[in-house]
Ligand binder design. Structure first.
Ligand code: ZN
Length: 155
């Protein structure tokens, strides 16, 4: 590792806390401001996301081979949420509706199209989750996007 310029960028530890939504608003705002102008840190954030999701998957008690991974039922809901795109990074937040959820994912109605494979953060009333966009199709006066949520925690 190179210690040079390290202090000017976001700590790996803070990137983890940011993804896990364990930081207060001032820290999140500071990181948002940095990510808005620092492509390398956005790449590192995406890398930490993959790493944390992978570690959580390794630690989960699901049988190897991922048998029955999609067997969880979808539940229709209608919840407001704030959606932010983390990679490619944007500091703006969209007001969206969550239309259904399942254990590993959700479907959201958005005013604007989302690009498949983008990393996003979704803030609902009682939770904040990161995930990646699986698909996005026109629906009504907006779009429906399927999101696979990333679980950073051992189950
Ligand atoms: Zn940086």
């Amino acid at each position: 590792m190179q210690p040079i310029e390290q202090s000017e960028h976001i700590d790996e530890k803070d990137l983890d806390l940011y993804l896990k939504a364990r930081l207060g608003d001032p820290a999140v705002s500071a990181i948002d401001a940095h990510l808005g102008g620092c492509r390398p840190c956005v790449d590192r954030l995406a890398e930490r996301d993959r790493c944390l999701a992978y570690l959580a998957e390794l630690g989960s008690d699901e049988s190897p081979g991922g048998v029955e991974k999609r067997a969880y039922p979808r539940v229709a809901i209608d919840e407001p949420a704030a959606l932010q795109i983390l990679n490619p990074f944007s500091a703006s937040k969209w007001d969206v509706r969550i239309v259904d959820v399942s254990r590993g994912g959700l479907r959201t109605h958005t005013p604007n199209p989302l690009t498949p494979d983008s990393l996003i953060k979704i803030q609902m009333r009682f939770s904040v989750s990161c995930g990646d966009v699986r698909y996005c199709i026109p629906a009504g006066n907006g779009f429906h996007a399927g999101v696979r949520l990333h679980d950073y925690f051992f189950r």
